[in-house]
Design a protein around this ligand. Sequence first.
Ligand code: NAD
Length: 254
Amino acid sequence: MAVIVSELDEARTLLREAVDQANKIVAFTGAGISTECGVPDFRSKNSPWLRYKPIEFDLFMSDVLMREEAWRRKFALDDIYGKAQPGRGHYALANLVESGKMTAILTQNIDNLQQMAGVADDRLIELHGNGSYATCVKCGLRYELYDIRKNFDATGAAPDCTACGAPVKAATISFGQPMPEKAMQRAFAVTADCDLFLAIGSSLIVYPAASFPSLARQHGARLVILNGEPTPLDHLADLVLRGDIGDILQPLAS
Ligand code: NAD
């Protein structure tokens, strides 16, 4: 049975104890770690992410009008959160990586904030890609959003790759697009090898990403879930910390 704690000081103390007792910690982060930075999460009320029906990958590939619409939406969202800075949760995790205790951070987030808090690529596994740049869907050539936007604002045309002619897309994983194979393999390996798995700020309902907490548990790790509201995996956890992510992680951030 999970112990559920919602009192702030007790949550901080129990988290500190769990961290102190562990040697190989893996964090798994969702949109909730970034809300205090001004990036809205996915499912909360008035979510800008849910304003429109998502454009599935096949449709993006087959229909130029859908590609233009995808870029319009992308830039509208960037106007909301494009200038966000990392928050207390990102810095707390960066400190744990720096200390050598945290072997990896798996993130569902696409906002680049964990990198901005100083976590190197070899410790960060992005399960749903990164929205701060774009790539050619065929040859993988990287494009910067600034350049794409300049051209898009002038012409309204969705960009194609200058090298191979295929569509260029934000470097995120769209609905219907295969998960990034290497990232998934790395994520499985570090999850199976950790002794403490911290799931932070995720509703834990997006699969396959949400399978990692159960996997960690199966491999004998302690599971701590930190979120503002209940999740469907709370019953699997050793400890559920319910409260504001930034507040609970703040002591580890400084
Ligand atoms: P989600 O929106 O489904 O769940 C976020 C959870 O965090 C919710 O349960 C919410 O109650 C909680 N939460 C929000 N702010 C909190 C706070 N300050 N303290 C404590 N709890 C808080 O997000 P998800 O599970 O990550 O799944 C959403 C999908 O959408 C992901 O796949 C992700 O790729 C994408 N997404 C990413 C971002 C981002 O990059 N920041 C933002 C929105 C959506």
